[in-house]
Design a protein around this ligand. Structure first.
Ligand code: SAM
Length: 242
């Protein structure tokens, strides 16, 4: 299945329904970028984690019909549950974080506003970030993409991680880490600040909510570097990068 191009569709009800319509952006990508033709073998993804083998049956002006020939569970999905919470970043740096976190196995991504955050996020930006997650998922051959959600209130972002076994708070002013990342097991939620960093008040709130302060060393990393580095460290610790 490795060489076949992948496309997301809204929902698949296979084997009850074996004909699926691909339209919208995914159709445009299939037609103009991937140049699929009638007879091309493709893979369809519906976000369930399953991969559906399909053959392009008919191509129209704005859509195509694919005929599903089989289904199997995607084996590249992470078994670890990793949830990255990151401060909204300026420019397209949040997109970079979403792309890398998806490749590294994040299952959920939350973008938050905080006291020293100066980036502006609206619904278009969140839609764009979800598109970046889907593209990154297809590129690294995952069978689903992490959903990217936005939290206007920092406390809501932290509270959304309450059920995670490990809650790690990357704190640029922490003198030492309260948890050894390499020794963790079970689900993990990670919080990384925006360019402006975290306030003492935000760190105190994270402690109240069960987060462990984590230092990433004596240098102050760019927010996007810290987000990718911490996700990679946790992904490795949870056995994903081997
Ligand atoms: N404005 C802050 C300052 O000047 O100290 C820097 C914030 S840093 C650019 C953005 C985020 O990356 C921080 O909030 C933290 O989550 C993470 N970070 C960067 N360097 C770190 C370090 N050495 N240890 C832990 N977290 C770090």
């Amino acid at each position: 299945m490795s060489g076949r191009k992948r496309f997301f569709v809204r929902e698949i009800d296979y084997p009850d329904v074996s004909e699926v319509v691909l339209d919208g952006e995914e159709f445009i990508h299939a037609k103009t970028v991937q140049r699929v033709e009638e007879g091309t073998e493709i893979i369809l993804l519906d976000g369930s984690g399953k991969e559906y083998s399909a053959i392009v049956a008919k191509i129209f002006k704005h859509s195509l019909i694919a005929h599903i020939t089989g289904a199997e569970d995607g084996w590249r999905e992470p078994s670890a549950e990793i949830y990255l919470l990151c401060g909204a970043l300026k420019g397209d740096k949040t997109e970079l974080v979403v792309q890398k976190a998806t490749e590294l196995g994040a299952g959920r991504i939350g973008v938050f506003s905080s006291e020293y955050c100066s980036a502006f996020i609206n619904s278009n930006k969140i839609e764009r970030l979800n598109k970046v997650a889907r593209e990154a998922a297809k590129q690294c051959m995952r069978s689903r993409a992490p959903e990217v959600v936005y939290f206007d209130k920092f406390a809501d972002a932290l509270n959304s991680a309450k059920d995670y076994k490990n809650k790690l708070f990357a704190c640029e002013f922490a003198k030492q880490s309260q948890t050894d990342i390499i020794g963790i097991n079970g689900s993990a939620a990670l919080a990384v600040g925006s360019e402006g960093g975290f306030s003492e008040k935000e760190f105190a709130l994270s402690q109240e909510l069960g987060f462990s302060g984590i230092t990433l060393g004596k240098r102050i990393l760019r927010a996007e570097t810290a987000a990718v580095a911490l996700t990679a460290l946790v992904s490795y610790a949870l056995g994903e990068l081997k």
